[in-house]
Design a protein around this ligand. Structure first.
Ligand code: ATP
Ligand code: MG
Length: 386
């Protein structure tokens, strides 16, 4: 008996004009990701997709990581014939009984095709009676050990297990966003969270060779590759920040070095975002975590930025961020010990409550800011990560 994967994307986003855009983006994303594993066919049926092909089990881990999928099931597919449906239900129970102690069951039927000659209640009664006799199991409608689900669509589907999907919105349905990504723990999690809300991601990283090595850039690329398993491909911009960093160090007050560096980084990220037609910036800032993330510091950092800045971690504790980083698989890479441009140049006593006016005045000591920014953008390295 053939099995297919039934994908449910939930009804909540399926309203009006969004519906088609949402479904097409999800369809394309699934198609592209499973295509690497063989030849599969995706068919849309009402508000579900059905995936067929050889060895569908091997794409389950891929499906688990796709944004926009609420849940999915591996289901027996049969003709719309009650004897075939009974056979499939029996197969499903025989399979589950091997690994689970099952004493009671319940049948749930849903008839999307109203022309089917039995209604939902009649399907439940017929299949229930058959299972009851064949397996000697109790019917328990309140707290059964196993629920057999039957869906009548343009064919019949029988399954018992619902696997939770990633949720969120399909890649790109919210537009494009530019993340400022370091090699730390936080910005990868922030990237994941905003990609989950449907943003296609561009990533900007600032490195300071020769103080930071090629391996620290490689680390950021490996983090992005991990995120791309969920988000799809990510365009990566590596900015050589050394000249700017040196000018800041030479001209500005030591306790303002981090904050002024951040202001340069934000301006460069915004310029790249605009060139790439991205609508927002993303950072891994979390309120109060370090000196550069107090309210005054964030105000100084973002003061000249007019694009919206999304900071999905702003209200998260470090332990909560680490939990997500571990779950998505970026934590292990983030904690690899490579030099980071911020830690190398960070002052011993950074200003915790910097005053914008003073920061701006200090920054004016760098005479060729615009030129430095233009050059950094002109010379950046770009690649696609997937
Ligand atoms: P992370 O864990 O993301 O490194 P953090 O706790 O170390 O964050 P900061 O070093 O204050 O925090 O950085 C705040 C945010 O600024 C980062 O989350 C990131 O978005 C951005 N950022 C910092 N350093 C860089 C860098 N070298 N390249 C790109 N973005 C950076
Ligand atoms: Mg950091």
């Amino acid at each position: 008996m053939k099995k297919e994967i039934l994908i449910k994307f939930g009804e909540i986003f399926l309203k009006g004009e969004n519906k088609e855009k949402f479904e097409k983006a999800l369809f394309d994303d699934i198609n592209q990701k499973i295509g690497k594993f063989g030849i599969f066919n995706i068919k849309k049926m009402g508000s579900v997709f059905a995936i067929s092909g050889e060895n569908i089990e091997k794409i389950l881990d891929v499906i688990k990581k796709i944004f926009g999928i609420a849940s999915f099931s591996v289901a027996y597919k049969t003709d719309k014939n009650i004897d075939e449906i009974k056979k499939a239900a029996a197969e499903e129970i025989s399979e589950k009984i091997q690994t689970k102690n099952i004493k009671s069951f319940k049948i749930e039927a849903k008839r999307s095709d109203k022309s089917f000659y039995l209604n939902s209640l009649e399907i439940c009664t017929e299949v229930g009676a058959f299972i009851y006799e064949k397996f000697n199991l109790k019917v328990d409608v309140h707290n059964p050990d196993l629920i057999i689900k039957i869906e009548i669509r343009n064919c019949a589907y029988v399954y018992s297990e619902k696997i939770e999907g990633m949720g969120g919105l399909p890649v790109g349905t919210s537009g494009l966003g530019t993340v400022m990504i370091s090699g730390g723990i936080d910005s990868p999690v922030a990237t994941f969270m905003m990609a989950k809300r449907g943003l296609k991601i561009n990533a900007v990283h600032f490195s300071t060779p020769p103080y930071t090595s090629e391996r620290s850039v490689d680390k950021v690329k490996r983090i992005l590759k991990k995120i791309s398993e969920y988000s799809n491909s990510i365009k990566f911009f590596n900015i050589n920040f050394s000249n700017i960093q040196k000018e800041i160090k030479k001209n500005c007050a030591e306790n303002l070095v981090t904050i002024i560096s951040r202001r340069f980084m934000s301006k460069i990220a915004q310029k790249i975002a605009i060139l790439e037609k991205n609508g927002c910036l993303i950072t891994g800032e979390s309120l109060g975590q370090v000196a550069s993330q107090t309210v005054s510091a964030i105000n100084c950092t973002a003061h000249d930025i007019f694009l919206p800045v999304f900071r999905p971690l702003i209200g998260f504790d470090k332990s909560e961020i680490i939990e997500i980083a571990k779950r998505i698989g970026t934590f292990e890479i983030s904690i690899e010990d490579f030099e980071d441009c911020c830690s190398l140049f960070s002052p011993k006593r950074p200003k915790i409550k910097p005053i914008l006016r003073f920061v701006e005045n200090d920054e004016l000591k760098i005479k060729n800011s615009d030129e430095l920014i233009e050059n950094a953008i002109k010379n950046c390295g770009i690649c696609e990560i997937n």
